[in-house]
Design a protein around this ligand. Sequence first.
Ligand code: ADP
Ligand code: MG
Length: 178
Amino acid sequence: MAQNSFTQHCRQEAETAALAQKLALSLSHLFQTNQSAHLNISLEGDLGAGKTTFARHLIQALGYEGRVKSPTYTLCEPYPIQINSSNPSTPNLIAHHFDLYRMRDPLEWQEAGFAEHFDEPGFCLVEWPEKAEGTLPAFDIEIRLLADDVEDARNISLHANSSRGMVVIEKMHGTKDE
Ligand code: ADP
Ligand code: MG
């Protein structure tokens, strides 16, 4: 049976990091077989749920060594990612990390010229997609983070909405924990 969701209870940030690494592994596999692929991924959850933390672990698990800061004020931060570091001639992908919380208008992301990022090779990670009020391109994967009664625990679920997203989620079911 096709599995289009992946849910995990993460008792602490290290477990959230491990889940982000599992997603990173699956994404690298996709980009190794299709270097021009693009994925849109949403990150939903209340303030402090861990959206930026998840994005940071994901981008760093893909080999980005610099700082991953919250794009709260800039709306968007780009991160170059080299999927196959043993072969430097492979082109870089770009991860664009958005935080739309501070948009004053649902279309501000378009006015800022960000629309082109939504089909460049790589992926977009979008915090607070609801602020765009349905004007963003469709999401291949939706990630929801929910705080638990226990401090530091989060319930995190990933849901695929497209065939490309499904390939990524199915692969996660097939990978063992590192
Ligand atoms: P958001 O972007 O959703 O507003 P942040 O990622 O900025 O949230 O903040 C989440 C905070 O919660 C961070 O300080 C992080 O260290 C902390 N945290 C504690 N436990 C977890 C966990 N299991 N997963 C993610 N973050 C966690
Ligand atoms: Mg955030």
